[in-house]
Design a protein around this ligand. Structure first.
Ligand code: THU
Length: 138
């Protein structure tokens, strides 16, 4: 059983793997699978700015590309980091990627800064209401 604070620590660690020479806005994510494994990701920027990949999607794509399909929670750390309640909420594209693989009522999103012990928790349903997902294509 991985605690919220343990998952946040993994997300903070993942900030070290970010590549952010343009924005210097460093984000780390740690994605917890239902089987207890954790995939970390940092944001990866590009000289062609639009080619940047967010930390959350880095973590998701690493996990999905290794066969994982069932997810419990994701912790996201970093961003402004001015104080310990200055969180980085996931962008719309990342929320939609979560929606592809996660049960909106069950999947949890934990937000924290790069320091401190403040953690804000949401379900995917709360931050992406009235969403479009795989079932809508059936
Ligand atoms: N970014 C993330 O990694 N996650 C988010 O949810 C929001 C934005 C990254 C993308 C870019 O590298 C930098 O933050 C500034 O937008």
């Amino acid at each position: 059983m991985v605690s919220n604070s343990e998952l946040v620590e993994k997300a903070r660690e993942a900030m070290n793997m970010s590549y952010t020479p343009y924005s210097h806005f460093t984000v780390g994510a740690a994605l917890l699978c239902d089987d207890g494994t954790i995939y970390q990701g940092g944001n990866i920027e590009n000289a062609s700015y639009g080619a940047a990949n967010c930390a959350e999607r880095t973590a998701f794509f690493k996990a999905v590309s290794e066969g994982k399909r069932d997810f419990t929670a994701i912790a996201i750390c970093g961003g402004p980091n001015k104080d310990d309640t200055d969180f980085c909420p996931p962008c719309g594209i990342c929320r939609q990627v979560m929606r592809e693989f996660c049960d909106p009522g069950r999947f949890r999103i934990l937000l924290s800064a790069d320091h401190g012990n403040q953690i804000r928790e949401y379900t995917l349903e709360q931050i992406l209401p009235v969403s479009f997902g795989p079932d809508d294509l059936k």
